[in-house]
Design a protein around this ligand. Sequence first.
Ligand code: WT7
Length: 653
Amino acid sequence: MSETGTQSLTDEIPAGGVFEPPAELAGSANVTAETYRLAKEDRLAFWAQAAGRLDWSKTWDEVLDWTNPPFAKWFTGGELNVAVNCVDRHVAAGRGEKVAYHWVGEPGDTRDITYAQLKDEVSKAANALTSLGVQAGDRVAIYLPMIPEAVISMLACARIGAVHMVVFGGFSPDALASRVEDAGAKVVITADGGYRRGAPSALKPAVDEALTKVTGVDHVLVVKRTEQDVEWTEGRDQWWHDLVDGQSTEHEAQAFDAEHPLYIMYTSGTTAKPKGILHTSGGYLTQVSWTHWATFDLKADTDVFWCAADVAWVTGHSYIVYGPLSNGATSVMYEGTPETPHRGRWWEIVQQYGVSILYAAPTVVRTFMKWGAQELEPFDTSTLRVLGSVGEPINPEAWLWYRKNVGNGTATVVDTWWQTETGAHMIAPMPGVVATKPGSAQRAIPGISAAVVDEEGKPVEPGATGYLVLTEPWPSMLRTIWGSDERYVETYWSRYGKDVYFAGDGAKLDEDGDIWLLGRVDDVMNVSGHRISTTEVESALVSHPTVAEAAVVGATDPQTGQGIVAFVILRGGAEDSGEDLVTTLRQHVRKEIGPIASPRQIMVVAELPKTRSGKIMRRLLRDVAENRELGDVSTLTDSSVMDLIGQKMPASS
Ligand code: WT7
């Protein structure tokens, strides 16, 4: 630990173990105890009321059709245009001059975009996509840095009923190619590059490489951001400014069915092949919009909201784009990293725009904690009143540090549990109503039913641990896995029957009935809030010519939550060149998946611990990786394997 004076903060916790809602917040909170009561009494009426916050061109016939579980239809027969709900209706209501985004580029350039300007930009981009032959239902891949064009592209797709599929700019050409192929995208929107840690980082070459591997992409639209040199494929590539800037700002938006697909987002599962999570329109926007308003106690006229995620993750989709815009909020959008050009960059931005609601991941809170509270001191962050957390369990210590040092000891911390699949918040203490407990996401939000169950699916007793399940369908739920209804049913709706959603997270129920999330129970790691499958990394390693077999585990890491630790067996003839080999393999994984999947440690071993049925015992490898006493080794074919592996492990890690 550095010189931060990190004595334990647990003495900050009031007697009783909870923080009562700040009086000011409680006095005018968007959600009240009555909201919980009404939602409990009639869940569907509650969601219908939430849907009523949106503009529908045609009202729905039925709130929920659950006659064919697990295939849900919400707001059947209803019609709306998602982009119109996010943009046009605010302009029509006379709020066109309101800032939608204070955009901040990493090098220091800024751009304020009003709702009226956003409407023009989205309309032009919609016209441009139409001119490229994009029609409702077609898929458009978006591979962009955190620049306004990312949001504009997403909304342009939504406006014309095209399905966007955003790929994180840090993903490799191979990862991009497999997603473009699986989704069947016909257009890719990218940029020459983006800024990352003070330097331009190229994007276009990755698209060029990816497109040598897939067919079907007719057009590549390129935003100029860094002015880096780019290769050009005539007839396929076009500059965004050449095509979009000259388009008309008039665009008549058509309404689409509530179940019209809105986007696909790929996420890691237990196999090497990422799953294309499909979200649709009416239900998704209803829950995203309601939760953005409720969970953060949004006062759209006065709050300045900042969700510090990348727009390419579901957090960005729901809480940089669709939630805030549907609510007519003003948001900050920041392109870069927290330490560029200095460690106070976030607080400088908070001060500059008067940010009042901040939504961030525990991994970044722990980084700030490591840097120390003095980094905040030069800046006025007193405007902050609600602090959200998302992506992984937040340690009580980090929670307390966040409240004390970022929230000036007065802000409310809201830990939000949800997933790419759930689309929106599911478990979170509603501010102003629920007294908060450091480290626990606590309870299902109004309109949501969650439970902690045992192996048989029976609810556990208070004090016990089990698996988190969702026992009723919800508006923003995924509708399927793109191209594989079967995998959808099998992954989420088979363990406890066709109407119980298995989230893949372990959870503990405490004596008050509050839920504590314990992390994934499947072979999925959580590194800095990003889901990475152990199998995916293993496959990447095994695809290298020197590797015969690989086992990957997530080991507890003070900074990133989990760190990736790989054990590899070399092929006959391959030589263990020590650090050189480790570097080569790391680079190989970066190339195959992306930098976020690069293992923290790679160990060359002679054997892997296996059961008699040949299953690798990752549990034991995790013990080694975390420097623990080994658990039960009795089911191993050969227990001496573990002695050899143990000797390999550097003691310091
Ligand atoms: C997994 C979902 C939700 C957007 C970001 C990640 C973990 C997420 C929490 C939380 C404990 C959390 C779970 C979940 N997770 N939020 N507040 N407390 N765990 O989305 O990549 O789909 O990952 O992240 O393990 O299953 P994702």
